[in-house]
Design a protein around this ligand. Structure first.
Ligand SMILES: [Zn+2]
Length: 384
């Protein structure tokens, strides 16, 4: 009854509830903060969209595209959501940074409760915010940091035991349990910079320039692209500083030929075991990249969302840059939000050439491509 009256009585005035921004106020959408503001005539205050105060009657609400516009109403800034100050998002980012420093500087790993109280938030809220920003839990972050310290200690010549204790592991048993995950090899092997590890490699030519393929016993560990074969070999040495690099024999040349064929026609797929080395976070990013079908591209933000770390867009870009396996881990299929091509460890021109080629192959070989797409791992990537 009343709704009929309201409808007929106000039919000429557009209601604020018809504006899509109203739903974001109702849901207290934090991602809307900074995009618009609203004021409430009955209370005489203006707020950011995520304001936690009791929902206002939409009839008394006005939306503002800018903070200046909200101020121009002459109303007061709301005390609860502090619309003039840093947004909740910016505050959360600052508290995550603070927590990271606490983890890095602590003698012992701080507990979740200790970290949360140091930044003045509840443990569950802090945990959620930390994961959204970094892509990992505080515990994983601490583990990753300790692993990096062990690596540093081992490379700078400490004994394995010293490096383990220096990094804050209180028993070497606990470290050894996790060491292969963290280092990709046993600690002594790592200390030797992979000295006991043999890496075979060979350089070939593709339509995109020189290509270097290197393998450990576990599988293909590097595919590098460039103009100058010598530089590629140096780059390989940098990536595996103390490994024993062995120039290829004839058997290996056959494998290189397969990789060359794959780089020239990615849709045939590379049916070879890969030795993927990186942090847990990098590995999640790289796995998501491998799920992007040939001929498609996605944004960095989309990868961040798919791996459950929507705030970690920059870390995703860094993981893409750290990729050792060109084309096999297709970091070239990640582009800017607006679709523009940027940032490729092996040259933007090469990235553009790869994408152009894949797009045209998708046109020629629709059947093969759709097969690849349905064979994906089922993550919901939105293709741009
Ligand atoms: Zn407010």
């Amino acid at each position: 009854m009343t709704s009929t009256v309201a409808k007929t009585g106000k039919s000429t005035l557009p209601s604020v509830t018809d504006d899509p921004r109203w739903a974001r106020i109702v849901s207290r959408d934090k991602t809307a903060d900074g995009q618009f503001w609203y004021s409430v005539s009955t209370t005489g205050v203006y707020c950011r969209p995520s304001c936690p105060s009791r929902g206002a009657n939409p009839r008394n609400v006005q939306l503002h595209a800018t903070l200046e516009e909200a101020k121009a109403t002459g109303f007061r800034p709301c005390k609860r959501c502090n619309p003039d100050g840093p947004s909740i998002e910016a505050e959360n980012a600052a508290l995550v940074v603070k927590a990271c420093r606490l983890i890095e500087e602590g003698e012992e790993e701080p507990s979740l409760e200790e970290l949360a109280s140091a930044v003045g938030r509840s443990p569950s809220y802090f945990h959620r915010v930390f994961k959204a920003h970094t892509g990992v839990t505080p515990k994983d972050y601490a583990a990753g940091h300790r692993a990096a310290k062990v690596r540093q200690g081992l490379v700078s010549g400490n004994s394995v035991t010293e490096a383990i204790y220096d990094a804050g592991f209180n028993s070497s048993g606990r470290f050894y349990e996790k060491s292969t995950d963290m280092l990709g090899m046993t600690p002594s092997q790592y200390r030797a910079g992979g000295a006991n590890e043999e890496i075979r490699f060979a350089v070939g030519q593709t339509s995109l320039g020189a290509l270097l393929v290197a393998s450990s016993r576990k599988g293909v560990a590097a595919i590098l692209l460039g103009d100058d074969p010598d530089k590629l070999v140096h780059s390989l040495q940098d990536r595996f500083p103390r490994a024993h690099l062995i120039g290829a024999d004839r058997d290996y040349e056959a494998l290189v030929a397969r990789v060359v064929g794959f780089v020239d026609a990615p849709r045939i797929g590379l049916d070879l075991p890969l030795d993927v080395r990186g942090t847990a976070f990098q590995q999640r990013v790289w796995q998501a990249l491998r799920d992007i079908p040939v001929g498609a591209t996605v944004s960095y933000a989309e990868i961040a969302r798919v791996i459950g770390a929507p705030k970690a867009v920059r870390a995703v870009a860094q993981a893409c840059a750290a990729n050792n396996l060109a084309v096999a881990v297709p970091c070239h299929r990640v582009v800017r939000k607006d679709g523009s091509v940027s940032g490729y460890a092996w040259g933007v021109e090469r990235k553009r050439a790869l994408l152009d080629r894949e797009a045209s192959q998708r046109g020629q070989a629709g059947a093969a491509t759709s097969q690849l797409q349905s064979g994906g791992s089922g993550t919901s990537l939105r293709i741009v």
